[in-house]
Write a protein that binds this ligand. Structure first.
Ligand SMILES: NC(=O)c1ccc[n+]([C@@H]2O[C@H](COP(=O)([O-])OP(=O)(O)OC[C@H]3O[C@@H](n4cnc5c(N)ncnc54)[C@H](OP(=O)(O)O)[C@@H]3O)[C@@H](O)[C@H]2O)c1
Length: 353
């Protein structure tokens, strides 16, 4: 039996959903995928940390109502989240990093990834920070240590855009992409089309749980900008920083703009895009764009995301799917682990219990 020991860094929505999937689906994964997952350590800023040589019951982890510092109640537990010690010392082959996204310098997630890779552990993450701001360093570090740094969930949660473009479309001549990469702003635009003002539409998005209390990162395009950096660097070989990508959000669009577009048979979408110019430079931007109704991204409604790749041999290839959601994003972590399993059969199997 192949069993991969994993460490969860951050125990919020995404890693909790992963623990729930482990509790419910290990037997299925064993027969369908050829491996099981065993959670041997968890750290969380609020709950503390716990390490267990033999594994922690995932059902207990998700069903127990832990108070602040509550992991101290568990055998091998502590009220402190000593991330470096846990990452370096846990008897695991894979670290799942799902702490908050820091768009300034990616910390502390960049350090979490660094510690894991340095100690010979694979990293799977849904956190845009380390991927947008330090992917080059972390990929090189992973190579030197003969492990993987995988981050499918950083752009469209479980919808497989990175691996699809990198692996399945390799050789098709990918030269550009455009995407609707933020569900909150897309939902807000849809509600404005239905007649709401910008502020009212944002309030509705907040009431439905699509928008955070501070919606700035979503509506001003900063979240999309990180995703554009990730896709452009990964798929077009760029070396962009967020400040290289011009960025305008949807807050300046008025009801009159929306209605005028509708009259002309068009719709506004917040588009993150990048393209390789003739001189080889990569041009990238985030801005609201008026799209014709026959544009592949025009019909992407509500909180759904989509990205359309421009290729030489296939023309436009468009992928649509969820761009958020706890289970959907936990699935991205599983898909990263599947990629590791398939890419390093043998070496990881040695780590298996
Ligand atoms: N949820 C989604 O739909 C989605 C989709 C794509 C990508 N992502 C990304 O995936 C990551 C996780 O998302 P999430 O929804 O699970 O977020 P979340 O619910 O806010 O969970 C993050 C958890 O990490 C903990 N944490 C923060 N700093 C930490 C540290 N230094 N050490 C240990 N734990 C720490 C937080 O504790 P406190 O609560 O005490 O701060 C919280 O429990 C984020 O980077 C997010 O941007 C999420």
């Amino acid at each position: 039996m192949v069993q991969y020991n994993i460490v969860l860094i951050g125990f919020g929505g995404v890693n909790r959903a992963l623990a729930q999937l482990v509790a419910e689906r290990n037997d299925l994964w064993q027969s369908e995928l050829g491996f099981r997952l065993n959670i041997v350590a968890v750290t969380d800023l609020n709950l503390g940390s716990v390490i267990s040589q033999n594994g922690i019951d995932p059902r207990m982890l998700v069903e127990t109502k832990f108070e602040k510092g509550g992991f101290a109640r568990l055998s091998g537990g502590s009220a402190e989240a000593d991330n470096e010690k846990v990452i370096r010392q846990a008897p695991a082959g894979i670290v799942a990093e799902a702490t908050f996204t820091n768009p300034q310098n990616g910390e502390p997630a960049v350090s979490h990834c660094r510690w894991a890779l340095e100690s010979g552990k694979h990293v799977v993450t849904t956190n845009k920070g380390p991927v947008a701001l330090a992917a080059r360093e972390l990929v090189a570090l992973a190579r030197r240590n003969n492990v993987h740094f995988e981050y499918e969930g950083a752009v469209m949660s479980g919808t497989p855009v990175i691996r699809l473009a990198k692996n399945t479309l390799s050789g098709a001549g990918l030269s550009a992409f455009q995407g609707v990469l933020n569900g909150t702003s897309n939902f807000v635009l849809g509600r404005m089309e239905a007649g709401l003002g910008f502020a009212q539409a944002v309030q509705e998005a907040q009431a439905l749980g699509y928008a955070e209390a501070d919606p700035t990162a979503d509506v001003e395009g900063y979240d999309v900008r990180l995703k554009v950096v990730i896709l452009a660097n990964e798929l077009l070989g760029a070396a962009l920083k967020p400040s290289d990508v011009s960025c305008r959000g949807i807050s300046s669009l008025t009801a009159a703009d929306i209605q005028a577009a509708a009259k002309d048979g068009c719709r506004w979408k917040l588009i993150g895009s990048a393209a390789r110019r003739k001189d080889g430079e990569i041009e990238a931007s985030v801005a609201p764009r008026r799209l014709d109704l026959d544009h592949p991204l025009c019909a992407v409604n509500g909180a759904t995301n989509a990205v359309s790749f421009t290729t030489d041999l296939l023309g436009a290839v468009t992928v649509t799917g969820p761009g958020a959601g706890r289970v959907e994003t936990a699935y991205a972590l599983l898909s990263d682990i599947i990629a590791i399993h398939r890419g390093s059969r043998g070496s990881l199997a040695k780590e298996a219990a």
